[in-house]
Write a protein that binds this ligand. Sequence first.
Ligand code: ATP
Length: 542
Amino acid sequence: MSNPEPSVMQKIVSLSKRRGFIFQSSEIYGGMNGCWDYGPLGVELKRNVKEAWWADMVSRHDDIGVLPGANSSFEMTGLDCSIIMHPQVWRCSGHHDLFHDMMVDCKESKKRYRHDQLRGRWAEYRDKKVFVTAMADPEEEDEAFTARAQKFFGLRAKDRDQIKWDGSACSLETIDELELVLGPDAKDAGTLTEPREFNLMFKTQMGALHNEDSMAYLRPETAQGIFVNFKNVVDSSRVKIPFGIAQVGKSFRNEITPRNFTFRVREFEQMEVEFFCHPDTSQEWYSYWRDRRMNWYLNHGLSSENLILREHHSDELSHYSTGTADIEYAFPFLPEGEYGELEGIAHRGDFDLRSHMEGKLDPNSKPLEVQLGENGKPLWKGSGKDLSYRDPVSNEKFIPHVIEPSAGADRAALAFLCEAYTEDNAPDDKGEMQSRVVLKFHPRLAPMKAAVLPLVKKDGMPEKAQEIYRELKRKFPVFYDVKGAVGRRYRRMDEAGTPFCVTVDGETLSDETVTLRERDSMVQTRLNVDEAIQAIQEAIDC
Ligand code: ATP
């Protein structure tokens, strides 16, 4: 039997490994679930995503006059906080007590699964009924369910058709009869436990002593470092409200079922802004950030057919939020019509600053009565510091409201990679059309901006090409490739997402002109070297 055609996602994963975008972490030891390494091209792609974000949100930010009728220019500044913070930060932020997923354990296989991610289907054979679950990609679900049910009922492959299926696949969350559920790795039904809470923060110990007082956490988000430094930033710089503080950095979540390549991982990078504003204008700022962030992805190449802005319904909102929207992308590993979160934009009111002042808040934003921990120290006690803001012009004192656009650098890089992946046709060296794989990255995000290729490996062309290569290398990342027929070299560059090829031939030696070949259109233009550099630079900057 011939192997089935790999799915688009399988092709992207295999290209990522083959061309050095993304490798499984610790692969030579069998890999590490939920951890990935970025290879030579991947590191450039992800760095470009982060740098474009930082430049647009912070260093090159020049967005003024966004709120009608107001003097609404604003400043953006940055921070780089430590990953391990005072444990009280996580008690007051709510992560210590609330940052959990519901999970079920399998008593037979000893494996643990996220309750909302386990999906299954009712199957019946003779008088026996079972809810079959499987950890499978959605597109392979049916096959996985059938194979498991066949084994469970002890049927031969030719008798599979005798299994009766009831309803379509659904989440385990909708099923009450756990005794009839066949866990994904179990032989018998009824081995899954009732769902239980599982905190997602990674714990560690600080210092030589291992006791409750030395317990620390790896941050599950970068945002809290910004809140606890709010006063430091106001006091040490000249920023006035409204203003934003940005941070890019690693976050850690002990996800129960990391999956879908780099979409859900245990160690990842976030790109977060906390935007501080007056409560009276906070709704307008919320709309502003929601739309601005959506446009950022569109401007960098995600197509509007694959991207949605989803406003949360009122029953989905946290108790302190008056508005939250997710920017979601139609990742190819999801079933048709489903989207995965790239970024959340939340109106957080004064919840975070107030919590770090007063201690953990209840759903009515009142500080919870302080309780003592085992060591006699108060749990969730606030810092007691005044984190309010005094307006230098009106003298009004208030706790700023916060709008939080919170994005994941890994998910963004993955979305750009998925969107870029294209199969089309290109002429080979004999002019015959051949299929090609091309990564159509926006030039600003492309790992390498150009490749310099001597047409042949003689007649002074490599030397001239080297000269041009060194000149380009001072301006942006660039490849030099001399090996093989030029058509094949073009295709290698297409597959790496390199937007331009600069080809050096006999004419270059006499008149300083080169051929500039554009990756997507494959159009070749004769230009002098300076014009070619300028064209590449303009494409990167746009
Ligand atoms: P999800 O519902 O997918 O778990 P979330 O709503 O918990 O995500 P946030 O807490 O809002 O995510 O984090 C902000 C961003 O950080 C997300 O939009 C996502 O891009 C990124 N992110 C969060 N968790 C992960 C993860 N486990 N792996 C990769 N990126 C993540």
